[in-house]
Design a binder for this molecule. Structure first.
Ligand code: NAD
Length: 244
């Protein structure tokens, strides 16, 4: 066990999928978890099961994020996990879609980080963990704006690592490959079996990842043992980042 007893953690998009797996694992490690998610029924159900607090919050609404976090006790760990993917070639997208994708995948990260950092700096300790994607490093046909937003998260995380090392705060990115979640199942429902197989073939491991595998990496990066790791991008992607 890594042990996160006494640590307060905010997990965005924690009602389902990877975020739910992270919340579950961090509770097992003894952390006090708050789940923030758009999906009230799923969030309330999981919060009840885990005995944690649920906030119904659209993290792309930067004013709502600021208000919610201003009224909250400080956090030791921020897990920016909420995200939204894209299923269209760039020429078939419009500016409205770009704004939504940027708001959910990038502005949410800026808003939560901006709100939690001052208290972390005063405490002299903190962990910023951003769930991006291997698409940030490899690009994505059909997910160009999503990949651009996730790529910006990588650069932002490294900047936060530089600005905040002096306060004992680390900032790291986890880059998942294809993971079996509602998001992926929805993509496969649209794209069919060939899409599922192409995702599997993009990994060296020739399989989908599990939410538990992403959560294990987050638990380690959140722990005191990972204090010398900052500004990194950790692929949890079955070797997808190696190329073929
Ligand atoms: N599943 C994959 O294969 C995969 C691969 C690479 C990266 N990721 C990334 O991992 C993260 C989690 O993905 P997932 O597969 O679990 O997704 P998911 O869609 O299964 O779950 C995402 C959760 O985030 C919530 N959410 C979405 N927008 C929100 C908003 N504006 N405010 C608050 N909550 C919001 C949803 O309600 C949902 O509970 C995302 O950032 C995604 O981009 C996933």
């Amino acid at each position: 066990m890594i042990g996160l007893r006494g640590r307060r953690v905010l997990v965005t998009g924690g009602a389902k999928g990877i975020g739910a797996g992270i919340a579950r694992r961090l509770v097992d490690e003894g952390a006090t978890v708050v789940i923030a998610d758009l999906d009230r029924p799923a969030g309330e159900q999981l919060a009840h099961e885990l005995g944690v607090v649920f906030w119904a919050l659209d993290v792309s609404d930067t004013d709502a994020v600021q208000q919610q976090l201003a009224a909250s006790a400080p956090f030791d760990v921020l897990v920016n996990n909420a995200g939204m993917d894209q299923h269209a070639w760039f020429t078939h997208t419009d500016a409205g879609q770009w704004k939504t994708l940027m708001a959910v995948n990038l502005y949410s990260v800026l808003a939560t980080t901006h709100a939690v950092l001052p208290a972390m700096q005063r405490a002299g300790h903190g962990r910023l963990i951003h769930i991006a994607s291997e698409a940030a490093r490899l690009g994505s046909a059909g997910g160009a704006v999503y990949a651009a937003a996730k790529g910006a998260v990588l650069a932002f995380s490294r900047s936060m690592a530089r600005e905040n090392a002096r306060y004992g705060i680390t900032s790291n990115v986890i880059a998942p490959g294809p993971v079996d979640t509602p998001m992926l199942r929805e993509a496969v429902a649209r794209g069919g079996g060939a899409l599922a197989q192409s995702m599997i073939n993009a990994t060296l491991a020739r399989r989908l990842g599990t939410v538990q595998e992403i959560a294990a990496a987050v638990a380690f990066i959140a722990s005191d043992e990972a204090g010398f790791i900052t500004g990194e991008v950790l692929g949890v992607s079955g070797g997808m980042g190696c190329g073929q």
